[in-house]
Ligand binder design. Structure first.
Ligand code: 0RA
Length: 654
């Protein structure tokens, strides 16, 4: 050590050093405990951990720009123009504050409680975790006119904090390469990073963000680059989410206020669809399970619209009660709060627990929306009319649903006649194939292993649930069949919302099997839209899959090979024709499942030992919702733009 005068005792330095390394060793031994896993999610978690620190600088009022670079070797740089991590001696630990922040678990380095922090939320395990899980990390700090650097390997400092030059800027640049011995994959997904950067831009109006991908160049030789900046913040966010859905009111309703150090920001827009979409955030972290802020918002919306409708006599003719959900049909909203000391609870820590926040949000929304209703009577009436329509439709839907559910009880097993069930009754071992068309369904029935595989043929195009009224959905034959075959039903939740009851779910693998052509992929999208809107829980649980039938069979005499893509096809042709390309190699392009016999279908698409299944995940709920509305909704221009932009991808990634 060079600065002995600030170190109380040499022994102290060693001791703290050892504790730091032990801490980071624990992270390396059980990375899952800290970042949730070592799969692609965990890999991306590292980036958010670093970005969160820069966002904290922004929330504290010091950072206006964050730039991210994906380098060709999949290492990542995150640069901000904040204050820069302090580099001075940390008195107690006897080493540079930078080293403490980078090597001591949960140090974080922010010691004041008055600023909002992302830390403590879903992320918030600290940048030292990223360091521990990186084969290489470099921290570069621009501060007080100088540039300081320290490098690490597996979290261990490789040199002292040293000065490498002068600067007129402030800020921090963290560059890290995730450890290949820890992560299952090292490949960063541009779309995942881009999506969150877009979200951060909306959540932090005025903050500039950029993403550069050095792995990809366009025709002009420039790297792929995205810039994000939002002046309008949440109001722009809801407009973005509602792209593809016709607006009901001219501009979003916007709420911003602060009480007891809790900042509340809400934007809401009504559209002409039938679903509610609410996205909530605490200190910029997505709270997927909602919590007290969302409860406060819903409470205020119910209270205000009920009062407004009653006072103006709009509900007089109604013969049934309006439920909370009716007020939120076709409502897209973003609720964002900044809380100094957030408490998270729930299974995935995705739910805000601070009880004081309910009242704060409810009051903020109550006041602003109350004014809005008084000032915008025409828009208000439009909303109330829609609420009445929703209540009427819900009444009809409830009746239709009850009819369907009751009927099933009366007909004994209640299973649809079209279902070829499996013999096992253990849901964990059972699979159901939802098959496009009766004829492919027939082939699948012959080819399956009936011990654990059930087949439910679906007739042609299924209903587009994005356009249909809810009660129509429960009356639709194919949809009724899916509910009863799966053994799930819709019940009403605490707030009158629809809840999927999965207690009697009969299969833990639900496999959508359609033709490998355009019509087939359209049907997959329709079925996925249905699952997304009505059975999201099953998607979240990881139970929904898409079967992958092969695209080609390459054949020469008795030898043949199935191929799932162009590359495999080329390889197979080369392999089977060997030197003499005498035209005896035949390539069959499978367009439909119907072109395969039962045995081929089993071998290629149904046999668990050889088939390929694509699991459907909802990585980004908001994005998935937007995409579904765009692809399945009424507005043509955004859909065309989306399809054109994504034309090179074969299917929508949900
Ligand atoms: C500790 C204390 C202060 C800032 C930071 C850490 C800090 C950390 C990171 C990580 C990435 N970018 C960052 N920017 C800042 C406060 C510094 C002060 O009081 O001057």
């Amino acid at each position: 050590m060079s600065q002995t005068n600030q170190t109380p005792q040499n022994g102290n330095y060693d001791a703290s050093n050892i504790t730091a390394l032990e801490g980071l060793e624990a992270v390396r031994k059980r990375p899952g405990m800290y970042i949730g896993g070592t799969d692609t999610r965990g890999l991306h978690h590292l980036v958010w951990e670093v970005v969160d620190n820069s966002i904290d600088e922004h929330l504290a009022g010091y950072c206006s720009e964050i730039d991210m670079i994906i380098h060709p070797d999949n290492s990542i740089s995150v640069k901000d123009d904040g204050r820069g991590i302090p580099v001075g001696m940390h008195k107690k630990l006897g080493k540079s504050a930078l080293e403490v922040v980078m090597t001591v678990l949960h140090a974080g380095g922010k010691f004041d409680k008055d600023t909002y922090k992302v830390s403590g939320g879903l992320h918030g395990v600290g940048v030292s975790c990223v360091n521990a899980l990186s084969s290489y990390l470099k921290a570069e700090v621009h501060r007080e006119g100088k540039i300081y650097v320290q490098e690490y390997s597996e979290g261990k400092p490789q040199n002292e904090v040293h000065e490498i030059g002068k600067t007129e800027e402030n800020g921090t640049i963290i560059t890290f390469r995730p450890d290949a011995t820890i992560f299952e994959t090292l490949v960063y997904k541009f779309d995942t990073l881009a999506h969150r950067m877009q979200e951060l831009a909306f959540l932090n109006s005025g903050l500039k963000l950029s993403l550069i991908d050095e792995r990809e160049k366009d025709e002009d030789g420039n790297f792929r680059r995205m810039d994000y900046y939002s002046e309008g913040g949440l109001a722009e966010f809801v407009q973005y989410l509602d792209e593809g859905k016709p607006d009901l009111i001219e501009t979003p309703i916007y709420v911003k206020s602060k009480e007891d150090n809790v900042e509340v920001e809400v934007a809401m827009q009504y559209n002409t669809t039938y679903s509610e979409n609410i996205y909530s955030f605490v200190n910029n972290i997505n709270t997927r399970e909602g919590g007290t802020h969302v409860n406060g918002f819903r409470r205020a919306v119910n209270r205000l619209f009920t009062k407004y409708g009653e006072e103006n006599g709009f509900f007089k003719k109604l013969k049934f009660k309006i439920s909370g959900e009716d007020f939120r049909e076709g409502l897209t909203s973003v609720v964002s709060v900044k809380v100094p000391e957030p408490q998270f609870k729930g299974q995935t820590k995705g739910e805000l627990g601070n009880s004081e926040v309910t009242g704060i949000v409810s009051r903020a929304v109550g006041e602003s929306v109350g004014y809005w209703l008084e000032e915008n009577p025409i828009m208000a009436k439009r909303i109330i009319d829609k609420v009445i329509l929703a209540a009427t439709a819900r009444h009809a839907a409830r009746k239709a649903r009850e009819m369907v559910q009751r009927k099933n009880v009366l007909t004994g097993t209640g299973l649809p006649g079209k279902l070829a069930d499996c013999s096992s009754k253990d849901p964990g071992a059972c699979e159901i194939y939802l098959v496009e068309g009766d004829s492919a369904g027939g082939t699948a029935k012959q080819g399956r292993d009936r011990a654990f595989q059930a087949i439910l043929p679906l007739r042609g195009k299924i209903l587009n649930v994005e356009k249909a009224m809810e009660h129509k959905i429960y009356e639709n034959e194919e949809i009724k069949n899916m509910f009863t075959a799966l053994g799930v039903k819709i019940v009403e939740g605490e707030y009158g919302e629809r809840v999927l009851d999965t207690e009697k779910l009969r299969y833990h693998k639900i496999i959508i099997m359609c033709d490998a052509d355009i019509d087939g992929s359209h049907i997959v999208t329709l079925i996925l839209t249905f699952f997304f809107r009505y059975m999201q829980k099953l998607v979240e649980a990881g139970y929904v899959y898409i079967a992958q039938p092969p695209l080609y069979q390459v054949k020469r005499g008795k030898q043949f090979q199935y191929c799932w893509n162009e590359e495999e096809r080329q390889e197979a042709i080369a392999r089977l024709s060997r030197h003499e390309n005498d035209g005896s190699v035949k390539v069959q392009r499978y367009k439909g499942l119907g072109e395969m016999n039962a045995e081929q279908l089993w071998e290629t698409t149904m046999d668990p030992d050889t088939r390929m299944l694509q699991r459907v995940t909802i990585e980004e709920i908001g994005e998935a919702d937007r995409v579904f509305s765009m692809l399945m909704g009424d507005e043509v221009p955004p859909r065309r733009a989306f399809i054109e932009a994504n034309a090179k991808y074969a299917k929508v990634d949900v």
